[in-house]
Design a protein around this ligand. Structure first.
Ligand SMILES: [Zn+2]
Length: 66
């Protein structure tokens, strides 16, 4: 029953990765959205709503304007 074991492991891993991916959408580490391209820190949701498509956090934005 080696095949069954492999399949179960794959499904379990897939479920775990999906859960991690879903959590990432809500919290952190979404690489192309929601994080500062300069420092990689999470950009607060309020800031993202205020400035759609914003790619810099407050600190980096302030630094780039000075
Ligand atoms: Zn930044």
């Amino acid at each position: 029953m080696g095949d069954f074991c492999d399949t179960a492991t794959d499904l379990e891993r897939l479920a775990r990765e999906t859960a991690i991916a879903n959590a990432g959408l809500k919290n952190t580490n979404e690489p192309s959205r929601g994080t500062c391209v300069e420092c990689g820190r999470v950009i607060p949701e309020a800031r993202q709503k205020a400035i759609p498509g914003v790619t810099l956090c407050v600190e980096c934005q302030a630094g780039s304007e000075e």
